[in-house]
Design a protein around this ligand. Structure first.
Ligand code: G3P
Ligand code: MG
Length: 367
């Protein structure tokens, strides 16, 4: 399907809501290739650059274009903004670099849980339950973010296997067992997809309605522990022909279970990830840092283009942030445009998206 223009205007280049204030100098010299600092591009990963372990054919060419292979003959700053996680920013950068055969650095990567680092200011010494991903991987990420006292659902199962009696803990899994009736939890943070929905629903609801965060026989009739969620995607796109349940599906189950267990009370939580504003503010700071690393003076009228496959996450968030939203058809979306969260541009794939961006920027630069 050919690219379609979704709105009356193709040049919907709103002013950014960013702290970045750059005075002049849209271009500067860097290792033989000039930079074009008037614009920045933010890529979604799953469904735009890759699908599971497979790369999307046009992805490498899209990044090459931003690295200077374009008619502007200038590099355009870019970052990757994914609702994925469960690995460090460095590991995700290495993984995508290897898949696409290009170099992406950790400071270009924003994961669903990246802005949750800021919670360490409050919870660094508090005992927190970190949920999601395999083994202790997310606990290790939380440690790297500055949380010093982290437990996982596996640790709890190791303490009392009968808490989730249906599956035995594999002996290879690294656990830090402690008496969870003596060590109260101050917060629950879901960093990544649950690898065991049933067990994690049980354990998270146990903690959320525990007396003062201690796991004991006694429940209280209300939520006692704050909950932080990192990725609201109901579905995401991998190699399978149809979209798969994302972390948002776990949230839906958790909310339904909470409602049933508490006779209709609603669950309180703070959300991170796309489409929430916190993620876009964080991404803008990342772009600011990238630009500042290349250029001492930065741009006043920067335009941020977001390329995504998920209207509810990528397009809703980009539109709300005042970015230019571009929807591709290589992931969860297929069709003309999304009626609820219409993108400003709809194209077949990321290669077409970057070509459009270069055209728009070229037209601005030369007119
Ligand atoms: O699990 C990741 C998925 O929910 C979405 O990833 O890159 O499409 O934001 P992405
Ligand atoms: Mg996606």
């Amino acid at each position: 399907m050919a690219s379609t223009i979704a709105t009356a205007s193709t040049r919907v280049l709103r002013q950014p809501r960013t702290a970045l204030t750059c005075k002049r100098q849209l271009h500067t010299q860097d290792a033989g290739c000039r930079w074009h600092f008037g614009a920045a591009v933010v890529f979604d990963i799953d469904g735009v650059l890759v699908r599971g372990k497979q790369t999307i054919k046009e992805a490498r060419r899209a990044l090459d274009m931003l690295n200077g292979q374009n008619k502007l003959k200038r590099r355009i700053p870019f970052a990757l903004l994914t609702n994925g996680g469960g690995v460090s920013e460095q590991d995700k950068a290495s993984q995508i670099s290897a898949m696409l055969g290009t170099r992406i650095s950790a400071n270009q990567v924003i994961l669903a849980h990246s802005p949750m680092q800021a919670l360490a200011a409050k919870y660094k010494d508090s005992h927190v339950l970190v949920v999601g991903g395999p083994g202790r991987q997310c606990a290790d990420i939380a440690h790297a973010y500055g949380f010093r006292n982290v437990s996982t659902p596996n640790d709890i199962v190791a303490w009392r296997p009968e808490i989730w009696p249906f599956i035995r803990l594999s002996p290879e899994i690294r656990v830090e067992k402690r008496a969870f009736d003596q060590h109260p939890f101050a917060a629950v943070m879901v960093f990544h997809d649950s690898f065991d929905f049933g067990r994690d629903l049980q354990i998270v609801t146990d903690v959320l309605r525990s007396r003062e965060g201690r796991l004991s026989a006694e429940y209280v009739g209300r939520q006692t522990v704050p909950l932080f969620l990192s990725n609201a995607d109901l579905v995401f796109s991998n190699e399978y022909v149809r979209p798969r349940f994302g972390q948002g599906a776990f949230h839906e189950c958790l909310r339904a279970m909470w409602c049933a267990l508490t006779r209709g009370a609603s669950l309180e939580y703070t959300r991170y990830g796309k489409p929430f504003a916190v993620q876009y503010r964080h991404a803008e700071q990342v772009l600011d840092a990238l630009v500042e690393a290349q250029n001492s003076s930065v741009c006043e009228h920067r335009r941020i283009y977001a390329i995504g496959d998920n209207p509810a996450a990528d397009i809703a968030g980009a539109n709300a942030a005042g970015w230019t939203s571009i929807l591709v058809r290589t992931g969860v979306f297929s069709g003309t445009n999304d009626p609820e969260n219409p993108a400003q541009l709809v194209v077949d794939h990321v290669g077409d998206a970057v070509e459009k961006i270069i055209d728009i920027e070229h037209q601005r630069f030369t007119s």
